[in-house]
Design a binder for this molecule. Structure first.
Ligand SMILES: CC(C)(COP(=O)(O)OP(=O)(O)OC[C@H]1O[C@@H](n2cnc3c(N)ncnc32)[C@H](O)[C@@H]1OP(=O)(O)O)[C@@H](O)C(=O)NCCC(=O)NCCS
Length: 175
């Protein structure tokens, strides 16, 4: 049964979610708080990406009353085989649904999906000013590894990134 939080439910994404995933991603792109990307995503691009990633690199969605309000996805960290169990994640919540635990639900669900597939670590890069994403990661056990200085430019301005990681699955077991 899908985990639920009140009216919200979480499940693996499928191709029919591409439009909603693109819509939510584009809100985050417009906010300029989450990503270096500035060009809006199309549903076709999302669909292609979902197909390319397949079941190995899952995307989960949270929905309410049949409407997708958040997604989280894990992509490959590096192409080298030794890093196969490390995933790089993203999580985006629709603007009007932020701050209600939905991001937590999505990322928690993604961690579970990663564990099922044998991943041992999730990593990401966050803008230091993105207090909500740092709080979300902290609350789910992520560690802030350090800061990449002037990692890339957003709208012409150099931006730092906080690197976060969490050990999951067997890697998270004591000893
Ligand atoms: C970052 C984001 C995913 C968080 O999702 P959310 O549903 O708003 O967060 P939640 O309600 O689950 O809250 C998670 C934690 O962050 C805290 N938090 C949420 N919004 C916050 C804010 N604006 N300021 C401070 N803390 C905040 C919550 O108190 C909670 O902490 P707790 O568990 O210790 O109480 C969401 O704000 C978002 O989609 N932002 C735009 C995209 C983005 O920045 N993605 C992250 C980079 S990939």
């Amino acid at each position: 049964m899908a985990p639920s939080n009140g009216a919200y439910t979480m499940r693996l994404a499928d191709l029919r979610d591409a439009q909603a995933i693109a819509r939510i991603h584009n809100e985050g792109i417009r906010d300029r708080t989450a990503t270096f990307e500035t060009v809006p995503r199309t549903a076709d691009q999302v669909e292609t990406e979902l197909i390319k990633r397949g079941d190995r690199h899952p995307t989960v969605v949270v929905e309410r009353n049949g409407l997708v309000v958040a997604w989280a996805s894990v992509g490959a960290y590096r192409s080298r085989a030794c890093y196969d169990g490390i995933g790089e994640f993203s999580v985006y919540v629709a603007r009007d649904t932020r701050g209600f635990g939905v991001g937590t639900m999505a990322l928690h669900g993604l961690i579970g999906a990663g564990e099922t597939r044998g991943f041992w670590k999730l990593v990401s890069r966050l803008f230091p000013e993105n207090i909500a994403s740092r709080a979300l990661c902290r609350s789910l056990g992520f560690r802030e590894v350090g800061i990449f200085r002037q990692h890339a430019r957003l709208d012409g301005q150099w931006r730092d990134c906080v690197v976060v990681e969490v050990l999951i699955g067997e890697a998270a077991l004591p000893g």
